[in-house]
Write a protein that binds this ligand. Structure first.
Ligand code: 5AD
Ligand code: SF4
Length: 477
């Protein structure tokens, strides 16, 4: 066990004043042996959680392919299966533990199969200790800070027949130039930053992903220009809190408003971004969204709670009044903007009155789309230690009441689009009905439609024929 590096959530909390992440451009150490370890072998990566994890999954795939592995959709064909996990709520974790139990069957049939676990769960000490003790068939564990070490870790398993368990709890660095296999040929994500320093009291992300580290503007733009040159139509700028982009860099680098304007100037057809914390949304950012036709009129603006008391306990740094003021400004300055949100119910000792405050904001904002959750205590976070006398049944009732209102407004907003013509980027055949196509409108609404001419990856005009609860139906014009 001596050569293991185990995570430590206490260390993960550490932030040093004035910390500057190193930009490392040659982290991936390949040699003749490592670049052939996977020759003739197959990999499968299962990703849970947010878009940042999806992007990490693309990088993991890129590294595995450099090692000679080929992708397979079939678990029984795989020689290495990696679970790229999420720690945001307890149920996300339970699913992964269940999946490991299931994957052990494949390992019994094929003993050479490497089972690996990475992502946010791997950053939790309790999880890694559990894996070490209870799941000896999981030979590979690495964290969010060391994707680049994958070749050495796999080599250690294959050549030395040892377990490779290496997770670092650190503020983190920026790794440029890692390979990746993009999942789409026309829609791409660009990580503009990693980590988070907001420390909302319920959230585990600042512990699992380290200090906020922005990539240099020039590196982001180089990636965007390369995607444009390769024919990409849509770029999603990703970060735990994109609004804070650049705050950890020299002023000359510029902020998120500048980044938006400069990515818009590359000429890419569509730009999206995710996620925006209401706290540092500047007027310049709103101007950038309003003034560039290729920045899509859609903002995900997590509310979390409508009660000022709970917002304070959550450490959100805004009041419901400030949230509404920002919401109104976005609605008035950006034409046809759609706004979605995240809401947590059942935060420790949330009263009926607190919950009513949340409902009031929902009635006011009439969100286009929303994700709602029951509070889940996460290890190491301040909220997990707060006293909570609210019965779980009360929390479930609140969630149901909230969801009914959210669904009502989602449908009302979708109805408004009936008979209008919208621009749609054609994603491919619809998942539920392969005889129609699916794509997204500028407002990020899923639309299923009949395609008369054109191809996957084209942007076409679609007339909306029906607004439903979670999607639109339409016909190509
Ligand atoms: N419990 C429930 N929901 C959570 N979220 C984050 N942490 C927790 C938690 N401990 C929700 C927030 C966030 C979204 C990604 O997940 O609403 O915006
Ligand atoms: Fe899940 Fe958060 Fe990690 Fe994304 S950053 S994978 S949402 S815990």
């Amino acid at each position: 066990m001596s050569n293991y590096s185990l995570p430590d959530l206490n260390k993960a909390r550490f932030r040093s004043f004035g910390y500057r992440a190193d930009i490392i451009r040659d982290a991936l150490k390949m040699d003749e042996t490592k670049s052939h370890l996977g020759d003739g072998l197959f990999y499968h990566v299962i990703t849970y959680g947010c878009q940042a994890n999806v992007r990490d999954g693309e990088v993991i795939s890129g590294i595995l392919e450099m090692m000679g592995y080929s992708h397979t959709e079939l678990l029984e064909q795989a020689d290495i299966i990696i679970l790229n996990t999420c720690a945001i709520r307890d149920n996300a974790e339970k699913r992964v533990i269940g999946e490991i139990g299931f994957l052990q069957n494949y390992k019994r049939i094929k003993p050479s199969l490497i089972l690996g676990l990475c992502g946010c769960m791997a950053q939790e000490d309790v999880v890694v200790k559990h894996i070490i003790d209870k799941f000896p068939s999981v030979q590979l564990v690495f964290g969010t800070h060391n994707l680049y070490e994958l070749p050495q870790l796999i080599e250690n398993i294959i050549v030395n027949n040892e377990r490779s368990i290496k997770v670092y709890s650190q503020q983190g660095n920026i790794y440029e130039g890692l390979p990746s296999v993009r999942t789409s040929a026309f829609k791409a994500s660009i990580n503009i930053m990693d980590g988070c320093d907001k420390f909302c009291t319920y959230c585990i992300v600042p512990y699992t992903r380290g200090q906020q580290r922005s990539r240099l503007l020039d590196d982001v733009l180089a990636e965007a220009r390369d995607l444009v040159a390769r024919g990409y139509k849509e770029i999603m700028l990703l970060g735990q809190n994109v609004n804070a982009y650049g705050k950890d860099l020299d002023k000359e680098n510029g902020d998120f408003a500048r980044l938006l304007n400069e990515v818009a100037a590359t000429g890419i057809a569509r730009i999206r971004f995710m996620t925006s914390h209401p706290w540092d949304f500047t007027d310049e950012m709103i101007d950038a969204i309003a003034n560039n036709d290729n920045i899509m009129p859609f903002v995900h603006l997590p509310l979390q709670s409508g009660s000022n008391e709970i917002l304070k306990k959550m450490g959100r740094r805004y009041t419901n009044g400030e949230y509404i003021a920002l919401f109104d400004k976005l609605k008035s300055r950006v034409r046809d903007i759609a706004i979605s949100t995240d809401i947590i119910v059942g935060f420790p000792n949330e009263t009926d009155a607190d919950f009513e405050d949340t409902l009031r904001i929902v009635e006011y904002c009439k969100y286009d789309n929303a994700y709602s959750f029951i509070f889940s205590p996460r290890p190491g976070t301040p909220a997990s230690k707060m006293e909570d006398a609210i019965d779980v049944e009360v929390k479930k009732e609140r969630l149901q009441r909230l969801n009914a209102r959210l669904a009502y407004y989602s449908k009302m907003n979708n109805l408004k689009w009936e008979n209008k013509v919208v621009k749609v980027l054609v994603d491919g055949p619809s998942k539920n009905n392969p005889s129609v196509y699916a794509g997204y409108t500028p407002q990020s609404k899923l639309i299923n439609f009949t395609l008369k001419e054109g191809n996957i990856g084209d942007i076409i005009d679609v007339r909306v024929t029906e607004g439903k609860k979670n999607s639109l139906n339409g016909e190509q014009e």
